[in-house]
Design a protein around this ligand. Sequence first.
Ligand SMILES: Cc1cc2nc3c(=O)[nH]c(=O)nc-3n(C[C@H](O)[C@H](O)[C@H](O)COP(=O)(O)OP(=O)(O)OC[C@H]3O[C@@H](n4cnc5c(N)ncnc54)[C@H](O)[C@@H]3O)c2cc1C
Length: 302
Amino acid sequence: MSLFNKVVVKTLPLVPKPVVRYFSKRYIAGEYLPEAVKVVQHLNGIGCMATMDVLGESVTEKDLAGNMLTECQNVLTGIHNEKLDSNLSIKLTQLGLDIDYDFTLKNVRDIVEHARSLDNFVRIDMEDSSTTDKTLSIYKTLREEFPNVGVAVQSYLRRTENDVKDLVKEHSNFRMCKGIYVEPEKIAFKKREEINASFLRLIEIIFEAGSYVGIATHDDDLITGSYRLIEKYNLKPEQYEFQMLLGVRHEMRDRILRDGHRMRIYVPFGTYWYQYSVRRLKENPKMAGTMAKAILFRNKGK
Ligand SMILES: Cc1cc2nc3c(=O)[nH]c(=O)nc-3n(C[C@H](O)[C@H](O)[C@H](O)COP(=O)(O)OP(=O)(O)OC[C@H]3O[C@@H](n4cnc5c(N)ncnc54)[C@H](O)[C@@H]3O)c2cc1C
């Protein structure tokens, strides 16, 4: 990362919101459901499935969690009415995990039940390590009752191998990702090679057990490694899927589709777009650098 981009990433909180909005447009499908529906219709048209996500996390009031529950149910109904090829991703801290476990379990059960009535599926995102135990516990409880729920796991956590070995016993439905939160070295791999080796080891454990996995990455080495495992286990395209974030690496997305694999795009939308945008821009310092240059040099030549 260049020094300029490093400085920009550090000072992102000082950038005016409209500027962040302009540069993060590619990562967010809009503020409201009709805009997100249009994005998903486009993705479906080019052969991608989607998973829609109502932005928001770390809710501390039951009323707000209740609003989020309603929004999630509306998204599922919208997917059904518009005949979209999309499921729903949720974060448990949007639905009350920081407030009360049983309250959250009930909210998630309502969403998963509504999804089942519409023949759809709900994926539980994985958040920071303080939530891992509770997230897996809610997932396992619901999985006993519902086949249409899955969970994300993070290859950077040292515990994940044990979690996956445990979860495959119940034929879990996984999303494998590297993990996005800053975690201490005691519990998380820090080196890229270790995180990647863990990612592929975990995918192999899942394939071996015959469970389903969404391979969520934009990393060339992990895509190549996953291709090798798909070939080794002689899998059909319906037995797994690739997943990518909206707005990231279109050329790679199209290549994976051309290679005959299924691709699901994570489509976030909602009024809580700012936090998500800053996170994406921090991950992509080149974009953050472009944004800063555009601001700094916008009057050049006039
Ligand atoms: C569908 C999906 C769902 C996810 N769900 C979760 C979750 O539930 N919990 C969780 O902790 N994390 C989640 N993540 C995030 C994930 O953990 C990683 O932090 C993120 O995907 C970056 O890792 P990577 O594997 O793409 O590899 P990286 O090495 O980070 O990226 C590989 C290359 O992709 C490109 N790239 C990556 N990110 C961007 C970007 N924002 N903009 C432009 N280019 C970029 C760059 O060229 C980069 O060199 C999810 C990711 C995806 C794709």
